[in-house]
Ligand binder design. Structure first.
Ligand code: GDP
Ligand code: IMO
Ligand code: MG
Length: 437
C-alpha cells in the first residue's frame, strides 16, 4: 500500500497528466485536490488524446475510482462537458465521485475574473479567465456555494438568487457591466445538480475508508509549485495550493497518511500568463523549444513562454514539497540542441544566490547564472532504458539530479505511455536523501 502525491515542480504543464495516468496503473483511487478547470492535463493513449480539466487523470482505467475532492472548485458546465466527451470516447465515468464540500464556480465568477483582469490593465495576472480566483475568494469570504448547496433543491434557488443579486451590484456599479439573469442561472444549475447528484459524496470519508482498507491512493496536483498561492510568485499565482501540503487540506487526510511525494518537471521551463521568469528565452532557441514541445496551453491555447531549466526553483520545489523523487518530462524536446544551459544560481544585486528569493520584487531582478552542457543531437524518443540514452543526455539528467539533490525515477521522452523510462520504481524505490551517483 502506498499513498502518493504527484505535483508540478515548476509553473504548471509539466506533464502531470501523463505521469498520473502512468502511475494510475497501480492506483485504486486518484484524487484531484485543488484548482479547477484552469488546469489542462493531457493524456495520450495510443492514437487518442484526452484533455482533462477537472476529472482526475486516472479515469482511463476502468477500475480506478476518481475523486474530485473538497479543495477543488467545480464549474458544473465544464465538468459535464468533460463527462459527455469521455462517454463519447467510450470511457466510463461511473467511478467518478465529487466532494459535497467542493465549491461551485458560477457564471458570475467567470465574468468577474475577466472584468478584474481587464481593469488591472498592464498589471494583469494573465489568468485563464475560468473564474477560479473569484470562486476561491467567495470560499474565503464564506459566501460561496458548495456542491451540497447545489444538491439542496429547496434552498438552492434562494441562496443562489441572493449571491447573484450581490454580484450584480458589483458588475453594474464597479465594472459597468450588464447584470446577470438570476432565473436563467437558477434553472440552468438545477439541471446540472440533477445530473451530478449520483456522483456527489462525502469524499474525505471515502478516502479515509480506502486508507483503512490499505488501498493505493494517488493525489494528482494541478498547476505547479511556483503558482501556489502561499509559496509561488505572488501575485502571479493561482488561488489554491498546488504544493504537496495542499493535498492533505484539499482531500481531507492527515499528513501521516502520505508515503511519498513525486515531483514532475520538464527538462526545461515554461510559464503561461504574466509574472517573472528568470530563465525565459526570447530568442530562436526559445522558439525552437516552443515549437518542438508544442508549447500551447491546454486550457486557453495561449503560447507558453519557454526557457532553460531553473535549478533554483527546482531546489525550492524539493524543499516546499518534500519531494522524494522526480519525473523529468519532455527530454526529447531538447534532442536537436548543440548546447543546453541550466541555471544553477542567480545573481541578485551583486550577490550569488542559490535559494529562491521569496520577495517577489527581488525574484523579478534575479539574473540566472548558467552552466552550459553539451547537447546530444540525436533522437531519444525511442529509447527504452537509461543505457539507450546518449551519454550527453545521461550527463544532463545526472546534472539535474545532483543540482536538486533528489533521484530521477522517471524519464519521459514523448507524450505516449510507452515513451517513458522507469529508472527506479517511483512509488517503492527511491526516497529523498538517497542521492544517486
Ligand atoms: P500538465 O498540465 O502538467 O498535465 O501538462 P499538459 O498536459 O498541460 O502539458 C504537457 C504536454 O506535453 C501535453 O501535451 C503532453 O501530451 C505532452 N508531453 C508530456 N510528456 C511529454 C514528453 O516527455 N515529451 C513530449 N514531447 N511531450 C510530452
Ligand atoms: P495545469 O494543471 C499552467 C496560470 C495562469 C495564470 C495564473 C492564474 O495544466 O498545470 P488562474 O486562472 O488560475 O487564476 O490563473 O496561473 N495557470 C496555469 N498555468 N498550467 C496550469 O494548470 C495553470 N492553471 C493556472 O496562466 O498565469
Ligand atoms: Mg496543463
Amino acid at each position: 500500500m502506498a499513498n502518493v502525491i504527484v505535483i508540478g515542480a515548476q509553473w504548471g504543464d509539466e506533464g502531470k497528466g501523463k505521469i498520473t495516468d502512468l502511475l494510475s496503473r497501480s492506483a485504486d483511487i486518484v484524487v484531484r485536490y485543488q484548482g479547477g478547470n484552469n488546469a489542462g492535463h493531457t493524456v495520450v493513449v495510443g492514437d487518442r488524446t484526452f484533455k482533462l480539466h477537472l476529472i482526475p487523470s486516472g479515469i482511463l482505467y476502468p477500475k480506478t475510482e476518481c475523486i474530485i475532492a473538497s479543495g477543488t472548485v467545480i464549474d458544473p458546465q465544464v465538468l459535464l462537458e468533460e463527462v459527455d466527451r469521455l462517454t463519447e470516447l467510450g470511457v466510463s465515468t461511473a467511478n467518478l465521485f465529487i466532494a459535497q464540500t467542493a465549491h461551485v464556480t458560477m457564471p458570475y465568477h467567470r465574468v468577474l475574473d475577466r472584468a478584474a483582469e481587464d481593469q488591472r490593465a498592464e498589471h494583469k495576472i494573465g489568468t485563464t479567465g475560468r473564474g477560479i480566483g473569484p470562486t476561491y475568494a467567495d470560499k474565503s469570504e464564506r459566501t460561496g456555494i458548495r456542491m451540497i448547496d447545489l444538491m439542496d433543491q429547496a434552498r438552492m434557488p434562494k441562496k443562489l438568487r441572493w449571491a447573484i443579486e450581490q454580484k450584480n451590484i458589483i458588475l453594474e456599479k464597479l465594472y459597468n457591466l450588464e447584470p446577470l439573469d438570476a432565473d436563467a442561472i437558477i434553472a440552468e444549475y438545477q439541471g446540472y445538480a440533477e445530473r451530478l447528484r449520483p456522483h456527489v459524496i462525502d469524499a474525505s470519508l471515502k478516502i479515509d475508508e480506502a486508507i483503512r482498507e490499505r488501498r493505493n491512493i494517488l493525489f494528482e496536483g494541478a498547476q505547479g509549485t511556483l503558482l501556489d498561492l502561499d509559496h509561488g510568485t505572488y501575485p502571479y499565482v493561482t488561488s489554491s495550493n498546488p504544493v504537496a501540503g495542499g493535498a492533505c487540506i484539499g482531500a481531507g487526510v492527515g499528513p501521516t497518511c502520505i508515503d511519498r511525494v513525486i515531483g514532475v518537471a520538464k527538462a526545461y521551463t515554461t510559464r503561461v500568463g504574466e509574472g517573472p521568469f528568470p530563465t525565459e528565452l526570447h530568442d530562436a532557441i526559445g522558439a525552437q523549444i516552443g515549437d518542438r514541445g508544442a508549447e500551447f496551453g491546454t486550457t486557453t491555447g495561449r503560447k507558453r513562454r519557454c526557457g532553460w531549466f531553473d535549478g533554483v526553483i527546482g531546489r525550492y520545489a524539493v524543499r516546499i514539497n518534500g519531494l522524494d523523487c522526480l519525473a523529468v518530462t519532455k527530454l526529447d524536446v531538447l534532442d536537436d540542441l548543440a548546447e543546453i544551459k541550466v541555471c544553477t544560481a542567480y545573481e541578485l544585486d551583486g550577490k550569488v544566490v542559490r535559494d529562491f528569493p521569496s520577495d517577489a520584487r527581488a525574484f523579478a531582478r534575479a539574473v540566472p547564472i548558467y552552466e552550459t552542457l553539451s547537447g546530444w543531437q540525436r533522437s531519444t524518443s525511442e529509447c527504452k532504458t537509461v543505457e539507450d540514452l546518449p551519454s550527453e543526455a545521461k550527463t544532463y539528467l545526472k546534472f539535474l539530479s545532483d543540482l536538486m539533490e533528489i533521484p530521477i525515477a522517471i524519464i519521459s521522452l514523448g507524450a505516449s505511455r510507452g515513451q517513458t523510462i522507469i529508472v527506479e520504481d517511483p512509488i517503492h524505490g527511491p526516497k529523498r536523501g538517497l542521492l544517486r551517483s
